[in-house]
Design a protein around this ligand. Sequence first.
Ligand code: HEM
Length: 393
Amino acid sequence: MKLRRSRPTTPALPQPRAQPVAGHLGRWGLEPLRLLEEGAASGAVFELRLWRRAVVGFRPDWNRLVLRDLDTFRSRGSLSRLTPYLAGGVVLTDAPLHQARRRELNPHLHARALDVLRPRLAAAVADALPRGRFDALEWSSSVVRRMLDVAFFDDRVDDRLLASFFGPLDRPVPHPFLPRPVRFRRTTRAIERAAADPVPGTITAALVGDTSRTAGVAATVEEIRVALAAGYDTTAHTLAWAVWHIAAAPRWREPSMVGPVINETLRLYPAGWIGSRITRRAVEHEGYVIPAGTLVLYSPYLSHRDPELWDAPLAFRPERFAERVPPWAYIPFSAGERTCLGMHLAKIMLETALAALCAGGDLRQAGPAPTLTAGLTLRPHGGVQIVQSTRHS
Ligand code: HEM
């Protein structure tokens, strides 16, 4: 595939430094964030030579182009299919079926519909508050797992089964990409059992009572399995980063700061750091023609750290969200019709966990700053050591 220049005077798309034989593939596996940053320094749209050529952009006009037109920018064949955890359900559904599917699913994951879950989620977190010294990544992973169990199954699916299903998502690449037929079968069976007799008020009950009438029970079970996987490490890693930052400053632990802290955490550490589509037809952007069948990438990570869009982009400043952010520049949950199905659930889980943690006592950082590792999500690496000291009244 060659990027055809529509005007002979425009230069070829820039690329970061590449190995002569393997192109960018090796560095994509080892240091994808550095590679993206180098690409972004070379131009607002650049090319990567992965196992196939990819065109990457990060400015708002690019995000708008790629995320608004689901007919041209398709999900099937993109990076999501590389992991069995996301290769199914609505994630792999394309236009025109996608819109109908989302119309069925959206009302059950809307903020208002999920409000009934808040007391049950709060009770689950209250049960699991950390004491003394703890690793915020471990805590976040177990508390998010528990909240997902509550939200979907009223806490009735065995925690060991969910821990085993999610286990590979906690491990570095390539673990999240390997087939796990036994874990998937067991989890699918557990969801089938829950769907056969769903607890009223759970997301499973809402989906089984509605979408399975049109899509069938098996499709709904698959949808739930994909949603659990899509919601686990994304939310857990976001929570762990947020805990690290709020432990640095008491002012960020004020109840009024929970929302801005979540927004700022999702800006600096957008779990979905890279998103992908395949072009169904040729597209022109800034004088370049991107041929049909091209892998096209958008990157919330680059958009959220772009110095042209943000003041002091690397600083953690929740207060910045008091001002309006430029449209299509802040996309932690993507945007357009494919906006994250679980956005409201993720926010409710994050709010619930952070509010309980902040109310529970003082926090301080108790180790070196974790480093950023990009796998399926942006994961804190090296431990997130925190000390919690209970307040005495
Ligand atoms: C902080 C937590 C989360 C973040 C940052 C996040 C981020 C994202 C992003 C960026 C996308 C778009 C991917 C793309 O198409 O390019 C997405 C899609 C999706 N997310 Fe989330 N997500 C989170 C939590 C959740 C939760 C809790 C669920 C569970 C319901 C969930 C379920 C999904 C599903 C099913 C899709 C596919 C939507 C579609 O293709 O129409 N996510 N998420």
